[in-house]
Ligand binder design. Structure first.
Ligand SMILES: *Cc1c(COP(=O)(O)O)cnc(C)c1O
Length: 360
């Protein structure tokens, strides 16, 4: 079996242990005589799977009782619409634009009301997080929206913005479960799972209970109304059963690894190996302001497009795959999510060191 080191930004690497377990249970899930893909989402055995997944997530993230956990579909991109549909009572919201995903969410919100860009780092190709300590947030804004970890550009909010009492909505797709967070600071925390948790097709949303109401924008489809999903415990219709089952396995794997604090230390250690190398390298250089560097997505360049392409090609041949940067920024990007082992990063750095010598 030849497994590669997969640095994809998403869908991304999953823990090998989880994949093996899933393979073992493929034909017969715990004596049920069926695969999880084949069973009714209304069955007792599936009910246990989804309930246990929620309970484990609640424990990992220390989610208070007044927050609901929803397993949804449509990707993070559909959630860009769900946020204004469910929260825009005054038809006004403040958006902090730190990259393409935040910008897409902002544009989507403009369909439903007045989305105000209160800060942006577009002036420097989103290579930093703007100062959000004293923003000009409209008094009647329904919420303040951020993308907490910018998958494409490799920046991360190290401190949350001062929302001046407004509800904070955060897209954590690419930093979900990478470190502990204080859920009580948010109204809504959500993300697609295909970056750091599981197979594409599930969005997990953690939403403060009082924000889940019947008072949604006119015309909101039943399925996109959080109340519908919350009242049905995410089983209003057929959920992505198998994908939720894999997410549940990843939650158990993280628990076994020591929880989110241990995950954070593991991620810091991994990221440091790569960033330290980028800081000393004469060929490669990171593209992000040091203070705002992401632990999950590490973009870098050589400064020469042809050399970048040569690097990506040779790295691929050596078993380090999906290192090409996002099509909008070029260069390289190593996504080093929870499931990337430390050896993967150590070996990548060794490979980069050799490439640098050979191409000096
Ligand atoms: C990948 C990503 C998205 C888009 O996710 P989809 O599930 O493909 O819609 C949104 N936000 C962030 C931060 C992402 O990394």
């Amino acid at each position: 079996m030849a497994r590669v080191y997969n640095f994809s930004a998403g869908p991304a690497v999953l823990p090998e242990e989880v994949l093996r377990e899933a393979a073992e249970e493929m034909m017969d899930y715990q004596g049920s005589g069926q695969s999880v893909m084949e069973m009714s989402h209304r069955s007792k055995v599936y009910d246990n799977i989804i309930k246990e997944a929620e309970a484990d997530l609640r424990e990992l993230m220390n989610i208070p009782d007044n927050y609901k956990v929803l397993f949804l579909q449509g990707g993070a991109s559909q959630f860009f619409a769900e946020v204004p549909m469910n929260l825009m009572k005054n038809k006004k919201a403040a958006y902090i634009i730190t990259g393409q995903w935040a910008k897409k969410a902002y544009k989507e919100a403009q369909i439903y009301g007045e989305a105000v860009a209160v800060a942006s780092s577009e002036d420097k190709t989103f290579s930093y997080i703007p100062d959000c300590s004293d923003l000009d947030i409209p008094e009647d804004a329904d919420y303040v929206y951020i993308c907490e970890n910018n998958t494409i550009y490799g920046t991360k909010f190290k401190t949350l913005p001062n929302t001046k009492g407004h509800i904070l909505v955060s897209d954590v797709s690419s930093c979900f479960l990478s470190e502990p967070i204080d859920v009580t600071k948010y109204g809504v925390v959500y993300g697609g799972v295909q970056k750091n948790i599981g197979p594409a097709g599930v969005v997990i949303a953690v939403i403060r209970e009082d924000l889940i109401t019947d008072d949604v924008l006119e015309g909101t489809p039943t399925m996109l109304k959080w109340k519908t999903q919350a009242d049905a415990d995410s089983l209003y219709n057929t959920p992505p059963c198998y994908n939720i089952y894999i997410c549940g396995k990843v939650f158990k794997w993280i628990k076994k690894m020591g929880g989110l604090q241990a995950m954070k230390e593991h991620n810091e250690k991994k990221a440091k190996i790569l960033y330290d190398f980028l800081d000393e390298s004469k060929l490669f250089k990171g593209t992000v302001v040091k203070e705002d560097r992401s632990l999950m997505n590490v973009p870098f360049v050589t400064g020469d497009k042809e050399l970048d392409a040569k690097f990506v090609e040779e790295a691929t041949k050596a078993g380090f795959v999906n290192l090409k940067g996002h099509r909008s920024v070029g260069g390289m990007r190593a996504s080093i999510y929870n499931a990337m082992p430390i050896e993967g990063v150590e070996k990548l750095v060794e490979f980069m060191r050799n490439f640098e010598k050979e191409n000096a």
